[in-house]
Design a protein. Structure first.
Length: 246
């Protein structure tokens, strides 16, 4: 069976433990096959005002809709959920974590474009999807892409973000090919997704602007304190601190 590439985004009631998926948007790419899924869902969890501010989905828009698990787009995603296929998401842990609450556990190979971008474009000011939309001028291409897929573009809408993600994926794939010649760029992106990121310098705190190497030489105790006391310390930061300390 031909491989499928599922480029996906969700919108949710919020970002907390109890929050749920209220929109699923994804494009399925295969050999000459393009499929677009975009569906809103009802939820017992009220939409937070902060979430509404981001995605613009209001309670009346989801009133009477099926729940995520009852929807045709969710059922289709389950059909596609095999080890032959690839799931492409920007900041995959968030969306996959939300889908796990709907009993969806991905069997697909995952490409997290956020992590890939951090690996291959480490000096960018940010790695957010909307940042790249403007930095790479993807917005100039999105209308043509949308028309070809029959998609309506709306910023922060799940399917609108998927469209930008499709364009970003293409740019990242080209960059991976340049930086890792001779390697399969798709498989390399899967590999980079699972590879810890070496953080070079502090973007926050009392050592903002200094490299981790400099701080390891001048204030190693602070790095050890971060490891032992900062509960929400990012896994990549933990890896980077341990690397410079060793």
């Amino acid at each position: 069976m031909a491989k499928r590439y599922i480029i996906l985004d969700t919108e949710t009631t919020g970002t907390g433990e109890l929050d749920r998926v209220i929109q699923l948007g994804y494009i399925v790419l295969g050999e000459k096959v393009v499929e677009v899924q975009n569906e809103l869902f009802s939820s017992d969890v009220p939409i937070s005002f902060g979430a509404m501010e981001v995605h613009g989905i209001t309670p009346d828009m989801i009133d009477g809709k099926p729940t995520c698990k009852e929807s045709s787009s969710y059922r289709r995603l389950q059909e596609l959920n095999t080890q032959d296929n690839y799931m492409i998401i920007h900041n995959a842990p968030f969306d996959l974590g939300m889908l796990e609450k709907e009993d969806f556990n991905t069997q697909m190979k995952v490409i997290d474009t956020l992590r890939v971008a951090k690996h291959i474009l480490p000096d960018e000011d940010a790695h957010r999807l909307q940042y790249f939309r403007y930095k790479m001028e993807l917005y100039k291409e999105e209308q043509k892409e949308a028309d070809s897929l029959g998609v309506v573009v709306k910023a922060h809408d799940a399917i609108g973000d998927v469209l930008i993600l499709k364009l970003l994926l293409s740019r990242l794939k080209d960059e991976v090919s340049k930086q890792f010649p001779g390697e399969n760029p798709v498989e390399k992106m899967v590999d980079l997704t699972n590879t810890p990121i070496m953080i070079k310098s502090f973007r926050f705190g009392k050592h903002k602007g200094k490299t981790l190497q400099e701080v390891a030489a001048s204030d190693a105790g602070y790095l050890r304190w971060m490891l032992s006391s900062m509960e929400n310390l990012d896994e990549d930061m933990k890896y980077s601190i341990n690397s410079v300390l060793s």
